[in-house]
Ligand binder design. Structure first.
Ligand SMILES: Nc1ncnc2c1ncn2[C@@H]1O[C@H](COP(=O)(O)OP(=O)(O)OP(=O)(O)O)[C@@H](O)[C@H]1O
Length: 222
């Protein structure tokens, strides 16, 4: 599903934020990405989203060198990737329903299809009963679940998350990770950048560790 082939990323003329990164993730795998602040986790995810381009090497996704995508192909490419951020980036003047509907409205889907898919996504994250609420009325953990519903509403083959539990307490963090495991169980490829080593150790999935832009460990859970 994802293959990094000797990938390097340099911003401007500076040092390499990522050096010679080489790994593969199979379709349907769930993988954690760890490393100190500034190790290059976000850069790696941004390369997969094609928000950045590699300075060296190739990033392959679903068999394609994504550097070769034509700009007109990018919206379609990105639609196949669901992205969850730490700060969930909800629109605070829109209801939960309309936050989740946004990616489908942009695609121009029929309102009836939008309603069906939004409700299915909200149901998966346990928030169907809050569809009329505004984000401000929800707790931090619930807001993050809205962010996840919005990320999966297009039924992406690949789900990426950058510190999705960064602001949450341990129990809510475990709940959020449980949702990612649910999507992994139904076949979605999942990659999560996280600092939370204790939680990662408990969940027992493959873990890639970055340090100063290098991939220093690639470990299957024991
Ligand atoms: N757009 C950019 N321009 C210049 N330098 C950047 C840019 N984005 C990231 N960097 C640098 O690249 C390095 C890796 O940053 P990155 O954000 O990928 O790390 P990270 O592991 O995600 O860190 P954090 O956990 O703090 O988000 C850092 O030194 C950062 O300052």
């Amino acid at each position: 599903m994802i293959a990094f082939e000797h990938v390097g990323k340099r911003y401007g003329g500076r040092f390499e934020a990522l050096s010679n990164i080489d790994f593969r993730v199979s379709r349907g795998e769930m993988v954690f990405l760890t490393g100190h602040s500034g190790a290059g986790k976000s850069s790696l995810l941004r390369l997969i989203m094609r928000l950045e381009r590699p300075s060296r090497g190739r990033v392959m996704v679903a068999g394609h060198d994504i550097d070769k995508l034509h700009p007109s192909q990018l919206p379609f490419y990105r639609r196949q990737i669901g992205v969850v951020f730490q700060d969930h980036q909800l629109l605070f003047d829109r209801s939960i329903y309309h936050n989740v509907a946004l990616p489908l409205e942009i695609r121009g889907l029929a309102p009836r299809d939008i309603a069906r898919r939004v409700r299915a996504a909200l149901d998966k994250v346990g928030l169907l009963h809050r569809e009329k609420a505004l984000p401000i009325e929800l707790s931090g953990g619930e807001q993050q679940r809205v962010g996840i519903a919005r990320a999966v509403v297009n039924k992406p083959a690949l789900l990426l998350a950058d510190e999705p539990t960064g602001n949450l307490d341990p129990q809510l963090s475990a709940d959020i990770m449980g949702l990612f495991e649910d999507f992994h169980r139904i076949g979605t490829t999942v990659m999560i950048a996280s600092h939370d080593l204790a939680l990662i150790a408990r969940l027992r999935h493959r873990t890639l560790r970055l340090s100063e832009g290098r991939l220093v460990a690639d470990e299957e859970a024991a």
